[in-house]
Write a protein that binds this ligand. Structure first.
Ligand code: KG4
Length: 343
């Protein structure tokens, strides 16, 4: 089954062609990061406009890269939620038009389900059930992936996403947007015990997380140094931040795996590129005798191949939409798409 897939939920426009879910024939990505860098964050209107400008061109390039014609396609999959509403609408409208014009099914895909599916592309042997920590710029959640389209949230951030914490902290460290990768690089030159940062313990669900206090602590340390003229140990602050984020994520994930009896742990989303988090997960998984799945860097960030892969499994489960499909800024990961939802 050949699927043309579309991703436009934030600041990457991407179009891919996948075969039977896991085989990627083409994966075209245009990152808008440079357009937003000057503002220190994503400007929604600029994101939407840029998606409109490049999406058709990327689709043509994806088909050429895959060596398939439009008539060969069997379905169109699209990330329809969650994301910046204007940005998601561009991808949804493009996908609806393509499916309608070609007379083939339209498959709505939850963006975070797509991130989880990036692991199926990277690891052909991986099959549910497993535990997955999804960490990106807009979402941070721990999911019990019972089956390809059956998942339960075990815990999630109560405020900022882990990626947002990196991006906002990067600003006060004088690093460009998006800040996660530059903080990661700077952290390699610093000591992770240079600053004592908060590790929030939350009441209630032990698998819930919080990152806004950590972000505020980093901002306060940087502002205090600026106001008092004290030298700021930038590499030390970056390393301490990476450690604090990792210590929020890794032990919770391992505790959930132990409680549920899972020996397979996957990590997904842009923040999964972080070298401290990857190293800590590797050590913890080895200690616990768990198999660890973290996609290569290219598949951690937003891409359309992951949408095509998850789209294949959504299609097999009967989750298709008609041309009244809408885009959504927020959407639970747990509920499968139902046609009534788009009304
Ligand atoms: O998954 P993604 O590409 O987009 C969303 O769906 O949000 O994630 C982007 C996030 C940004 O916050 C970026 O700063 C973060 O991933 N990121 C990193 C690293 N590379 C990207 N965070 C920490 N360390 C990295 N190496």
């Amino acid at each position: 089954m050949l699927i043309l897939s579309v991703e436009s939920t934030c600041d990457e426009t991407a179009v891919a062609v996948t075969e039977n879910g896991r085989r990627v024939l083409a994966d075209q990505i245009f990152s808008q990061a440079d357009l937003h860098a000057v503002y220190g964050g994503v400007v929604p209107e600029i994101a939407s406009r840029s998606h409109v400008e490049v999406i058709s061109y990327l689709a043509d390039r994806a088909l050429a890269e895959a060596g398939v014609g439009k008539a060969d396609l069997d379905a169109v999959a699209v990330a329809y939620a969650p994301g910046l509403i204007g940005a998601v609408l561009v991808g949804v409208n493009f996908a609806k038009s393509a499916a309608l014009a070609l007379g083939i099914p339209l498959i709505p895909v939850h963006h975070i389900r797509g991130h989880i599916a990036a692991n199926y592309i990277a690891f052909p042997e991986l099959e549910p059930p497993f535990l997955c920590l999804a960490i990106s710029g807009g979402n941070t959640l721990l999911a019990d992936v019972r089956d390809y389209t059956d998942m339960r949230i075990l815990g999630q951030t109560r405020d900022d996403a882990a990626g947002e914490c990196f991006d906002k902290s990067a600003r006060v460290l004088g690093l460009p947007y998006p800040g996660g990768a530059p903080i990661d690089a700077l952290a390699r030159e610093g000591r992770d015990d240079a600053y004592l940062l908060p590790h929030p313990a939350l009441e209630g669900n032990p698998y819930d997380m919080s990152f806004s206090g950590l972000k505020t602590a980093v901002i306060n340390i940087a502002h205090h140094a600026e106001q008092t003229g004290e030298a700021l140990d930038r590499p030390g602050l970056a390393a301490s931040l990476c450690r604090a984020v990792s210590e929020s994520l890794v032990p919770r994930t391992m505790a959930a795996a132990a409680e549920l009896g899972y020996k397979k742990i996957a990590v997904a989303g842009g923040v999964a590129a972080n070298s401290r988090i990857r190293a800590d997960f590797r050590a913890a998984a080895e200690k616990a005798g768990c198999a660890l799945y973290i996609p290569p860097l290219k598949l951690c960030g937003d891409n359309a191949a992951m949408i095509g892969c998850q789209g294949y499994y959504e299609y097999l489960a009967g989750h298709t939409a008609s041309s009244d499909l809408n885009a959504y800024a927020n959407m639970e990961i747990e509920k499968p798409f139902s046609a009534g939802r788009s009304k």
